[in-house]
Every structure is written in structure tokens, then in C-alpha cells.
Design a protein around this ligand. Structure first.
Ligand SMILES: C[S@@+](CC[C@H](N)C(=O)[O-])C[C@H]1O[C@@H](n2cnc3c(N)ncnc32)[C@H](O)[C@@H]1O
Length: 344
């Protein structure tokens, strides 16, 4: 669309000087594009003050600038007084946005979804989500805008992961952690990923390290379906074996012992620590994940040490880090642990 407006016409060689002057004086119209021909440049202006009296002032049509809103908050159609409650962050999995909304904004969910779709051109679905829950760590999800489809393909560090955000667990916020762990894996290690989900840890390791084998275990049939699909898609069929089982059964199923075990089942990982130790080699590295308040970390570590002792292991090199915030003062924690079998 074109508008006829007042403009300052200057020779091309004077363009930079004039542009600087107009911007400093805040006279330049920022909704229109500056135009030029072979001889002149035309600056659309809001006003022509006396100091520009000697310049050539013309009337001209200009192309409108496409002004992209910086954030969905700018265009979401809801009362201004509620806008401060709009979340500043949300998860993006493939082409799906997952956003948690406070109760005060629930009646504006459609408007919020629409605004998110409008500013994120690569997104096709916006979902309102509740925290993960239940045994399989899945979420209650409601599509609030875009296509009513909960499957998507997510990419991280060169991996291609198919996910159904309704039926399987997946968090894009663990990407750096998965890469960090993969970088620690030494050639020929046997790795067990006890709660694999759609297998992002297992595939990251198979792609970036050179393990002998990664056993990827999950109890959720849907997760296992996607894990198998992802292993094929990422060409690591020879490095990852998927097992649909309860992790407690793993000592009975696996005849092999592990150099490295990943335990990513926050809130419940400690309940499986005994079973992990039963498949650990004499010297084993464990990547243990939990959701904890900072004050509770010591208690949890003491508990793990007690379980280890009962299984004749000692735990050393415990290294705790916060991976992401879960709730006020509660964190998704990662603990690297070395487990060593006690001498007989
Ligand atoms: C927090 S998710 C972790 C998924 C994955 N490691 C990732 O990073 O995306 C935990 C997974 O453990 C699985 N799970 C829950 N209880 C289990 C059990 N007893 N045995 C095996 N898997 C289980 C769930 O189905 C879920 O996929």
C-alpha cells in the first residue's frame, strides 16, 4: 500500500548526512520506506522545520514498511491491565508452541494463541499445557490456535526427533544437557538410558560418541514407538536398542553391565537407584536427574549414598547442577555420580 506524504529530496551524495540529521531530530517517518531514483533520495518526514527551509520539499508516495511486532504481547488482544501476566517464555517443540497460562488469562486463550501464531511464522499449532504428570510424564494439552495436531518433528544439534507432545514426554530445554552427556561418553562404552522417552539422550550419544551400544528403555509404548522411529530416522539402528519395559525389570532383561547409566525420571529416579546399581559395572558413571529445592539436595544425595551402600557401592565425584527452573525455588537438577563397587 502507498501513501502520499511530505518528503525531503536530496542528492544521493548528501543522503547520509540528511538521514543522520532527520533521525537525530526524530523527523523521519519510521512507518514508510525511504525511496530513491538515479539522482535523488527521498526521506518521508513528519514535519519540515524552518532549518530545512532551503531543502527541496516534495509530496510523494512511499511504500509502507512492514513493522513486525517484537513480541506476541504487543498484538495479543486483551485488556492492557492484564498484559503484565502474559508469560515471557514458552517451549517450542518442532512447529508447536507450548505455553502455560495463569488462571487470570484463561478466558483470553484464543487471542493469546492467535497472537503467538502471528508473530511466529514457522509455528502451526499453539497449545496450552499443564505441567507433566503421571507415570509417563505426559501433559494435559489443549490446542488454542492453529492446526489441531500434536505430532511434530523437532531438531536439536543435528538430530531429527518425531514427537507426539500429548502421548510422550519431550523437553527441548534439555538439549544442552544431552549434548554435554554425549560429549563425556568414551569409545566402546555400554550405556543404559533407563527412561528414554522418544530417545533423545540415546540418539545424541549414538550420533556424537562411539558407544558399543546404548540400551534405550521406556515403559510407555507410545514413547517406544517414537523412539524406534527416531533411531531409524537418525541412522543409529546399529548403536541403539530400544526395550519396552519397566526399568525395574532391567536387571532381569539385560545380561550386560553398564559403563554409564542415565536416569531421567525426576521425582522418582531415586526409587530406581537400586535397579540401576544392579546393572552397573564395578566402576560406573551415572547421570541422575531430579526436581528438588536447593535445601533438599543434601538429603537426596544422602539417600542415594545409603542405597549405594546397601548395594555395596560407594558414590564419589558427585557434581550437582541446576538445569532449569521448575517452580519458584525448585529446580530440574542434574547430578553426575561415579559409583564404585566395594571390594569383597
Ligand atoms: C522425564 S521422561 C524422560 C524422557 C527422556 N529421557 C528425555 O530426555 O526426553 C521419563 C520417561 O520415563 C518413562 N517411565 C516412567 N516410568 C517408567 C518405568 N517404571 N520404567 C521405564 N520407563 C518409565 C516415561 O514414560 C517417560 O518417557
Amino acid at each position: 500500500m502507498k501513501n502520499k506524504t511530505t518528503a525531503i529530496q536530496v542528492q544521493l551524495k548528501q543522503a547520509e548526512e540528511m538521514r543522520k540529521f532527520l533521525s537525530e531530530k526524530k523527523l523521519l517517518r519510521d512507518d514508510l520506506k525511504i525511496s530513491k531514483d538515479n539522482t535523488f533520495i527521498y526521506f518521508p518526514v513528519k514535519d519540515v522545520p524552518n532549518e530545512l527551509g532551503s531543502c527541496n520539499v516534495v509530496r510523494k508516495k512511499f511504500e509502507k514498511k512492514e513493522i513486525k511486532p517484537k513480541s506476541y504481547k504487543e498484538i495479543a488482544s486483551l485488556p492492557d491491565k492484564l498484559k503484565h501476566g502474559l508469560p515471557t517464555s514458552y517451549d517450542v517443540i518442532g512447529e508447536i508452541i507450548l505455553i502455560k497460562l495463569p488462571n487470570t488469562l484463561l478466558r483470553y486463550q484464543k487471542e493469546i494463541g492467535k497472537a503467538l501464531l502471528e508473530v511466529n511464522k514457522n509455528i502451526r499449532t499453539v497449545c496450552m499445557v499443564e505441567p507433566v504428570s503421571g507415570e509417563f510424564r505426559t501433559r494435559n494439552i489443549k490446542v488454542i490456535s492453529g492446526e489441531k495436531c500434536t505430532t511434530t518433528t523437532h531438531r536439536e544439534y543435528g538430530l531429527t526427533l518425531d514427537v507426539d507432545i500429548k502421548k510422550t514426554y519431550f523437553s527441548p530445554r534439555l538439549a544442552n544437557e544431552r549434548k554435554r552427556v554425549a560429549n563425556l561418553v568414551k569409545p566402546n562404552e555400554t550405556v543404559v538410558d533407563m527412561f528414554t522417552g522418544v530417545a533423545p539422550f540415546s540418539i545424541m550419544i549414538a550420533k556424537n560418541a562411539n558407544p558399543r551400544i546404548v540400551y534405550a528403555i521406556d515403559k510407555n509404548e507410545e514413547a517406544v514407538k517414537y523412539a524406534k522411529q527416531n533411531i531409524k530416522r537418525n541412522n543409529v539402528l546399529d548403536k541403539v536398542e530400544v526395550i519396552n519395559a519397566d526399568a525395574k525389570e532391567v536387571p532381569n532383561i539385560l545380561q550386560k553391565k553398564a559403563d554409564r547409566i542415565i536416569m531421567n525420571l525426576p521425582f522418582s529416579s531415586h526409587l530406581f537407584f537400586t535397579y540401576a546399581l544392579k546393572i552397573a559395572k564395578k566402576h560406573c558413571t551415572m547421570h541422575y536427574y531430579d526436581i528438588l529445592k536447593e535445601d533438599d539436595v543434601k538429603d537426596r544425595i544422602d539417600k542415594l549414598k545409603k542405597i549405594a551402600e546397601e548395594n555395596r557401592y560407594t558414590l564419589t565425584n558427585l557434581d550437582t547442577k541446576k538445569i532449569k527452573t521448575y517452580a519458584p525455588r525448585e529446580f530440574y537438577m542434574g547430578i553426575d555420580i561415579t559409583a564404585n563397587k566395594m571390594p569383597m
